[in-house]
Design a protein around this ligand. Structure first.
Ligand code: DC
Length: 222
């Protein structure tokens, strides 16, 4: 049995999982963070750059298995090149969502994800952290927010980065991605049976972080 604690934070796209995960890990003091979506996005980016088609499941699984990636603080490197911003492009996110349904690709990323579990603990965010990757995580949070709230947040993020964006297009994209993530046969987005659902539609980032920390306090004191 692995006794290193994991806080799994799953939820739909743009629910704020990533920011919450980093803040929770920081507050707990030196915990690692796994942004599992980044691995799917990196696979998508590598595939787009190599001209691999979205329906070539075999080549995509091979790409996932041989990814040369490196995480440093909040930066992500692909083959030695900083890909932190490149993987956030909508085109890459859409490709990631499309290819994430392939079982061999998911399998290729599984051990890579579990290797992030190091002392003193891990905060892992994604879609299947609580259900598949870390089913023994002592705390599983399913973070949700209304699609409109998520589209607003994504819009603000993009505008802050100087990337132009249309809120209606974002909302449409986000709904399509939700549907794909929830309806796929393999590791669909759904709360683990023992997950706690947290709705952040009307919470600030700080309030959401505090809510997760409170849950962790309760669990670790029990
Ligand atoms: O969390 P994100 O938006 O960066 O993830 C990008 C895509 O990767 C998402 O649409 C679905 C996929 N994904 C997944 O299938 N399983 C995970 N654990 C994380 C992400």
């Amino acid at each position: 049995m692995n006794t290193i604690p994991v806080i799994a934070i799953d939820g739909p796209t743009a629910s704020g999982k990533g920011s919450v995960a980093h803040r929770v890990a920081q507050t707990l003091g030196g915990w690692s963070v796994l942004d599992s979506g980044a691995l799917y996005r990196l696979t998508a980016l590598a595939a787009l750059r190599r001209g691999i088609a979205a329906d070539d499941a075999w080549a995509l699984a091979r790409t996932a298995g041989s990814l040369d990636v490196h995480f440093h603080n909040e930066c992500i490197f692909l083959e030695g090149e900083d890909a932190t911003d490149a993987i956030r492009q909508e085109e890459v996110g859409n490709m990631a969502s499309r290819i994430a349904g392939y079982p061999d690709l998911r399998q290729a990323l599984l051990e890579r994800q579990r290797a992030f579990r190091v002392a003193p603990g891990l905060v892992a965010d994604g879609r299947d952290m609580g259900t598949i990757v870390f089913p023994d995580a002592p705390l599983k949070v399913f973070l949700v927010a209304a699609p409109e709230a998520r589209a607003q947040r994504r819009h603000k993020q993009l505008i802050d980065k100087g990337i132009s964006a249309n809120i209606d297009d974002l909302l449409q994209d986000l709904r399509a991605r939700d549907a794909r993530d929830m309806q796929r046969a393999v590791a669909p987005l759904k709360p683990a049976e023992d997950a706690r659902v947290l709705d952040s539609s009307f919470l600030t980032l700080e309030q959401t972080v505090q809510a997760v920390l409170k849950m962790w306090k309760e669990i670790s004191a029990a």
